[in-house]
Design a protein around this ligand. Sequence first.
Ligand SMILES: CC(=O)N[C@H]1[C@@H](OP(=O)(O)OP(=O)(O)OC[C@H]2O[C@@H](n3ccc(=O)[nH]c3=O)[C@H](O)[C@@H]2O)O[C@H](CO)[C@@H](O)[C@@H]1O
Ligand SMILES: C=C(OP(=O)(O)O)C(=O)O
Length: 426
Amino acid sequence: MDRLKITGGKPLSGTIPISGAKNSALKLMAAALLTPEPLTLTNVPQLADTRFLSQLLQTLGVEVYWPKGDSTCRMNAESLTSTIAPYEQVRKMRASFNVLGPLLARYGHATVSLPGGCAIGARPVDLHLKAFEAMGADLVVEEGYVKAAAIRGLKGAHIVFPFVSVGATEHAMLAATLAEGETVLENAAREPEIADLADCLNAMGAKISGGGTATVTIQGVEKLHGTTHAVMPDRIEAGTYAMAVAAAGGDVTLTNAPVSALSALTGALRDAGVSVETDKQASTMRIVRNGSTLNAVSVDTAPHPGFPTDLQAQFMALMTLANGTSVIRENIFENRFMHAPELSRLGANIAVRGHEAIVKGVETLKGAPVMATDLRASVSLVIAALAAQGETEVNRIYHLDRGFERLEEKLSAVGADIRRVSDSEE
Ligand SMILES: CC(=O)N[C@H]1[C@@H](OP(=O)(O)OP(=O)(O)OC[C@H]2O[C@@H](n3ccc(=O)[nH]c3=O)[C@H](O)[C@@H]2O)O[C@H](CO)[C@@H](O)[C@@H]1O
Ligand SMILES: C=C(OP(=O)(O)O)C(=O)O
């Protein structure tokens, strides 16, 4: 099993290019199922998750042309061979469940395993299923599978989500593109990835307005066609590297950065005393911290445009070195503090009380062996390790490989001492 060895205490300097967004690419890939014509995505990140999803699409009969090392992925779902998404493939991540809606909308039936993904809470899919029922589908959940049928096709519906769900908003939007009549989604999630999905679907001939706002209206169309679409840059990756620089110190410019999508984080970083210069036109963010003290800043996670839950672990890593006490409140997932005990192994002072983590800043962290527990938790350990004295070994990094493209390469290029080792090398 691979692990990372990181020797901390080295300031970072240079440029880090930001890759395409995992959480956008995965839903865009599912959109390929909606049309018999090729969908070409550019700026697709090479990740375990995107590769898994391309394998699932191939299981369904989609022709995928995506050479290794290439960021352009061409998918052709002209004729599918199956509408069954098996457990072995769907359990690996959350977004693979999003093949259900497109299959149902185009073929009138689908059998999809209940999803996996990061173990950060119960993560039910009731809102997804209620949305499809409102659109006229018959559903049963049996033996770990959702079996769905809409013999006479999906019908447009007025759906008011009781709370905000990114996955349910995207999933309902995908399915509604081919439903008969109008679908209105209220209390929809406003994450930038949803606007990206709406843009791609509209380029495929869908009629969606309000994608990325709280009310999304979709006029169903009979057919969608192929297109080429560039995946938006990854705001979570950009935010993560911004915090790595803030923690380790240095002067780094992020290029191809989704500046507007990161305002909650840039505000918090500036409050912490970190210099963040943004240029929306050029899509760059320059992060500078040269020996200055970090102020303690409290954050509450919230749906976009609030502070993202996917940056909470990384921000906690940063706050372990702040001057004072910060309170980090996790409002989206009920079990997303698994990094706290691992950060404590490096010397952090964190007390978790229910939905809150109280972080008392310490002067220095010291390297130690730690274990990655989920995707964003893993990278919070990398951030802490980059700032710590001595060597940290991060185990179970298969979590990291789900969502960070060429992490060691990008960090080494700005001066970090980080390398991947596998058991066979020692
Ligand atoms: C692949 C992907 O894009 N994953 C992101 C997506 O996850 P995901 O789409 O799973 O997150 P949701 O926005 O749906 O989840 C928000 C909350 O709603 C709950 N819920 C959700 C659906 C449902 O049917 N019933 C229900 O109770 C969840 O358990 C959670 O507590 O948005 C999350 C919130 O920004 C991010 O952390 C994930 O990185
Ligand atoms: C939680 C995440 O992914 P998933 O929803 O696939 O578990 C994530 O991207 O941080």
